[in-house]
Design a protein around this ligand. Structure first.
Ligand code: AMP
Length: 191
């Protein structure tokens, strides 16, 4: 199963991706987590990305395309993967299509988790308290939501055009949302 999970910051994408990973026994690839790891390890990528992450801005497409190419080249993705946080721009989506076509492993399903703006802000405030992420402050969250609307929301349209997009309501309990996503994935696979 090769899945792209889409949704605004705070939509619950990361939480759901982690649960789907266990359910389907396929890797959960979070580009945000890969970048935070690089920052913590002070690698050249981390040094380049740190300020952008702290400001809530996107890391340049060419850097991200290289990062995802390297990750998707690893052996553990042969039976599928869940992408969380990538692609975030149309250019990244197109580069991913090219890469996965080359690998003979195209995306099978894109799931967009939809939540209203107020809930997003509430959820991020909760995560800020729990995880202490440096980009969960109010100003940075506002910036990340703006960038999502401008640059990432069109990515859903890209997958809709390919006939791969399912929209799922992201409200309710974590379990309820998970069941909706699993249902959507089953229907997509059957249809
Ligand atoms: P996330 O954990 O997905 O919310 O990502 C945290 C931050 O990492 C984002 O605000 C961006 O600064 C950066 N980032 C993660 N994924 C990408 C991506 N695909 N393209 C550009 N920047 C990204």
């Amino acid at each position: 199963m090769r899945i792209v999970l889409l949704g605004a910051p705070g939509s619950g994408k990361g939480t759901q991706a982690a649960l789907l990973k266990d359910h389907f026994s396929i890797p959960h690839i979070s580009t945000g987590a890969l970048l935070r790891e690089a920052v913590a390890d002070a690698t050249p990528l981390g040094l380049q990305a740190k300020e952008l992450l702290d400001r809530g801005e996107l890391v340049p497409d060419d850097v991200m395309v290289n990062l995802i190419r390297e990750r998707l080249g690893q052996d553990d993705v042969r039976d599928g993967f869940i992408l969380d946080g990538y692609p975030r721009t149309l250019a990244q989506a197109e580069a991913l299509d090219t890469l996965l076509t080359e690998l003979g492993q195209p995306v099978e399903e894109a799931v967009l988790i939809e939540v209203d703006g107020n809930q997003v802000v509430e959820r991020i405030a909760k995560r800020a308290a729990e995880e202490g992420r440096s980009d969960d402050t109010e100003d940075v969250v506002r910036k990340r939501l703006q960038i999502y609307e401008e640059q990432t929301a069109p990515v859903a349209g890209h997958y809709a055009e390919l006939g791969l997009l399912t929209r799922v309501l992201g409200e309710g309990t974590i379990e309820e949302v998970l069941e909706r996503i699993k249902g959507a994935l089953l229907l997509g696979a059957a249809g």
